[in-house]
Design a protein around this ligand. Structure first.
Ligand SMILES: [Zn+2]
Length: 227
């Protein structure tokens, strides 16, 4: 199975060695025969061959961690305990009494749309040419069967705001306000962060952040403030 190197910094959104957030970057050398490296921009840890055997080899870093581990092994090395504390930041939303902003980031909001389309129909019966460009048909035209096509479209962009009470998406449209207590699901699925809220599922992508990070933050806030 081909290994998607670009997914590594998404999954390992904390450096397994120094625990810095969003520290890992993919470096590529070569044009035709590409060689990839994973480096931590904070502690200088360096991994080679991230495309082999579903893992990567630490070639620069603390002696006790040098060598090969699979992605799970590196994942398990990081400390995934989420620390959430109020941050001083001005946000364009009304913060309620007792509410504090914990995290803030850029996000794109997507909508899943189902469209009914008809496939091309067909003529039945005999058809012959009566004049240049004009055809005569003895039968009728039957339309093709209707089909549902599901498509995901970006419908807004804005700020993703996590507080100790709510998850808010503030874009150009009406803000999406989700009470943390009423979030029923939060999954990374098909390249989106899916937030299940009541009957609706909101889909998000983050232009510069890992969606696993936002999943962890949100789950951490639910755990810390809703029990
Ligand atoms: Zn590091």
């Amino acid at each position: 199975m081909p290994f998607d190197v670009s997914a590594i910094p998404q999954v390992l959104w904390k450096c397994p060695i120094c625990n810095i957030e969003e520290g890992l970057k993919v470096k590529t050398e070569g044009l035709v025969f590409k060689k990839h490296w994973i480096v931590c921009e904070s502690c200088g840890a360096k991994w080679a061959d991230p495309s082999k055997n579903d893992g990567m080899t630490l070639i620069q870093g603390p002696a006790e961690h040098l060598g090969f581990r699979d992605l799970n092994g590196w994942y398990n090395l990081a400390n995934w305990q989420i620390q959430l504390a109020p941050i001083e930041v001005s946000v364009p939303i009304i913060i309620k009494k007792g509410e504090a902003v914990l995290k803030l980031g850029r996000a794109d909001h997507f909508k899943s749309k189902t469209r009914r389309v008809r496939s091309a129909g067909s003529y039945s019966g005999v058809s012959f040419k009566v004049a240049k460009g004009v055809r005569f048909s003895t039968g009728g035209y039957s339309p093709g069967p209707a089909q549902s096509v599901e498509e995901t479209v970006k419908d807004d962009e804005g700020e993703f705001i996590l507080t100790n009470k709510r998850l808010i998406f503030n874009g150009n449209r009406k803000p999406v306000n989700m009470d943390l207590k009423k979030i029923i699901a939060i999954d990374v699925e098909n390249g989106y962060l899916e937030v299940g809220y009541g009957q609706k599922t909101h889909l998000f992508r983050f232009p510069s952040d890992s969606m696993f990070k936002w999943q962890a933050y949100t789950l951490g806030a639910i755990k810390a403030f809703c029990d």
